[in-house]
Design a protein around this ligand. Sequence first.
Ligand SMILES: Nc1ncnc2c1ncn2[C@@H]1O[C@H](COP(=O)(O)OP(=O)(O)OP(=O)(O)O)[C@@H](O)[C@H]1O
Ligand SMILES: [Mg+2]
Length: 337
Amino acid sequence: MKIGFTYDLRREYTALGFSDEETAEFDSDVTINAIEGALQGLGHDVLRIGNIYELTRQLAAGNRWDMVFNISEGLYGAARESQVPALLDAYRIPYTFSDPLTLAVSLDKAVAKKLVQHAGVPTPEFFVIQSLDDIRHEKRVRKNIFPLFVKPLTEGTGKGISAESIVWDLAAFTKQCGNLLGRFGQPVLAESYLPGREFTVGITGTGEHAECIGVMEITLNKEAEPAVYSYLNKEFYEERVVYSLIEDKDIISEASDIALRAYRILGCRDAGRVDLKADPQGKLSFLEINPLAGLHPVRSDLSILCGKTGVPYTALISRIVESALERVRGVLEPVDA
Ligand SMILES: Nc1ncnc2c1ncn2[C@@H]1O[C@H](COP(=O)(O)OP(=O)(O)OP(=O)(O)O)[C@@H](O)[C@H]1O
Ligand SMILES: [Mg+2]
């Protein structure tokens, strides 16, 4: 198959002057080479496209592909992950992973939480702060709601998340909201702090065919910033984080049930990762979903999880392509050489 490949290569953006933080979600040459190598190993002809600007140029020039392997995160706006898939939909070119609607609702953590909560999936109570004025007017900001966890509404990769994300009183809450509003120029999500164990669940497939690859616990050791799987803990995970595959059947059942329900409710496709945390009684809740989970062959949580369950990287990429192909089988037109 002739597979186009859309992605945001981090070094291209840093060369243009974008900061490390602005480009934190973008991919390295290691990831791009690994995906390309896996696709070639599966017998596909891979044509690198790159970011949305290059895709636009190539579409205008008349280039077409049987399918696009899309991991583009986008740069601007709360629907930035939806932009490449929306363009591909307009040209009726099939692509891997979720559609524009799913990517947009999943990126906005409050919208995703409302949708899963509506369907009965447990998730911490929350509210959104648009400006510091909201804190004065927000009736739910009372003494007894603390501790709260605060984070940017539409970010990933631990951006804006540190030990300061856990706030124990109004002064710390106001300070941290002010920091995040100024630094990220977007609303802040405030939710109940869950102090229990943390898990991430890997999923491949779509709809009824979606299945859980495994449940992995994230434990922080003493070199880590305490209590939070933060930006810095993710960055220096080799020294700070311990990843363990869960064998306990009860935890697997509770975690995979929440994760698969959230994945299906939000309409995720092909593969993704769902983050869960426990309350003091050990009951699990949905924190967030990653329909474009990182695919660095060594560093990304999904790859680490696959490694522990005996799913080789090429097999993961193969499952993603096969899942995408199930959608288009029968309607895929051969492309002229
Ligand atoms: N309500 C909460 N209570 C306790 N800890 C939380 C809560 N929300 C988030 N965290 C901690 O912060 C971390 C990052 O939060 P979250 O997964 O929402 O951010 P992210 O940047 O989108 O992550 P990813 O890197 O998976 O994209 C979680 O893995 C968890 O350790
Ligand atoms: Mg997360």
